[in-house]
Design a protein around this ligand. Structure first.
Ligand SMILES: CC(C)(COP(=O)(O)OP(=O)(O)OC[C@H]1O[C@@H](n2cnc3c(N)ncnc32)[C@H](O)[C@@H]1OP(=O)(O)O)[C@@H](O)C(=O)NCCC(=O)NCCS
Length: 204
């Protein structure tokens, strides 16, 4: 696979991004226990929307997730990242690039917040940083969010950041509960459209 513009290409996915309140860091096998605890804490919320959260993960499952994260990041095919509180290192969720197409280059951004850590703008802050990094350092021509049409908190993240709704794919997926779902496809092709959620959160 060839490198994209500006030398971006497989192997160049960021290992760490810093935002005002968060450290976004690629997982390593030593993170498995922390990841497992955060997913189990948040299981009901994740199980509602995330196909990978069909079952409660064992510690071995979380170890496998961390090992696969290292492999996929090195291969440039996906870039999961932990969302850590910059003040104390606590895991407040996860984010990253679940799908990467270097031929465009195009990046999908995903996110989840730990139960008890929602309502603080962390997902918006993380998705903003990943989108910014995709355009600024990875040569992105497109950044995409794919959201279950019933997932209003996630739709709010997309719209807060200025992503444009391109269309609704009707009945394109049968989810892990067996329910046919519509998917809202949001994208940005110009970083000028990206809204900084920190600025948007300031009182007028
Ligand atoms: C989707 C999900 C991450 C959204 O979480 P969230 O906390 O609503 O989103 P954010 O972290 O961006 O926080 C936004 C909220 O914090 C508030 N907020 C507080 N401080 C803020 C700040 N500095 N910046 C932005 N928002 C802030 C916003 O007003 C908003 O509150 P509201 O929902 O009452 O309007 C969460 O519901 C989740 O983890 N769901 C399960 C997994 C999932 O569905 N993932 C997405 C799959 S596509």
């Amino acid at each position: 696979m060839s490198a994209g513009p500006g030398g971006a290409g497989p192997g160049r996915l960021p290992a760490r991004l810093d935002t005002p309140r968060l450290v976004l860091r690629a997982p390593v096998p030593l993170d498995a226990a922390m990841v497992n605890e955060a997913v189990l804490d948040s299981f009901e919320a994740l199980n509602a929307w995330m196909v990978w959260a069909a079952e409660r993960p064992s510690l071995a499952d979380s170890r496998a997730f961390c090992r696969e994260a290292v492999r996929s990041r090195a291969a440039g095919t996906a870039g999961p990242m932990l969302m850590l509180d910059a003040a104390d290192g606590a895991m407040v969720g996860a984010t990253g690039y679940p799908r990467v197409d270097w031929r465009v280059p195009a990046f999908e951004v995903g996110y989840w917040c730990r139960t008890g850590c929602t309502g603080r703008g962390y997902a918006s802050e993380a998705a903003w940083a990943l989108t910014r990094a995709a355009f600024d350092t990875l040569g992105a021509r497109r950044v995409e969010l794919r959201i279950d049409a019933r997932n209003h908190p996630s739709i709010a993240v997309a719209e807060r950041l200025g992503f444009e709704l391109e269309g609704i794919l009707r009945r394109d997926v049968r989810d892990h509960h067996g329910v046919l779902r519509d998917t809202r496809v949001y994208a940005l092709i110009d970083p000028a459209g990206l809204v900084d959620p920190t600025a948007a959160a300031q009182p007028r």
